[in-house]
Design a protein around this ligand. Sequence first.
Ligand SMILES: [Zn+2]
Length: 157
Amino acid sequence: MCVAQVLTAHLLPPWQALGSLCSPWAAPRVGPLPPAPAMVRISKPKTFQAYLDDCHRRYSCAHCRAHLANHDDLISKSFQGSQGRAYLFNSVVNVGCGPAEERVLLTGLHAVADIHCENCKTTLGWKYEQAFESSQKYKEGKYIIELNHMIKDNGWD
Ligand SMILES: [Zn+2]
C-alpha cells in the first residue's frame, strides 16, 4: 500500500536494507568519541563558576584567578585574618562554605564558617554566620577574605 515501503523492499536485498537501517542508529550510540570535543569546549568556561562585570575593579583568587568580589562590595579593609590583613565583603562569588562553628575572635564570640575558593579549594577566610554582640551584628552574612589570597584584577591603574 505504501509506495516508499514497496520501493525499498524491491530495490534493496534484505541484508543491505538492514545494514543501511542499522548504521545511522548504531553510530552515535556506539561511538563515544564524536561528542567529546564539544563537551570539552563546554566544560572549559565552567572552570570559573561566575564572572564579575568586566568594567568593575575586582578581586580574584591569588592562586587560580577565579573572580571573588567586586570592589564595590568591599565594606572594610581593617580586619585581621589568621595570616595577616583581611578585607570584609558584602558578597562574594565562586566561594564555598564549610560548616559553621562558634569561635572567639578579637571582637568577641561569633558563629563563623570557613570559606574556600570553589575552583582551587584554597581556604580564603571565613563567613560571619552570626554575631552575638549587638555592635558586631553588621558583620552577619558578610565575608572575610585574607589579603594574601587575593589579587587586584582589572582597571586598578
Ligand atoms: Zn582559587
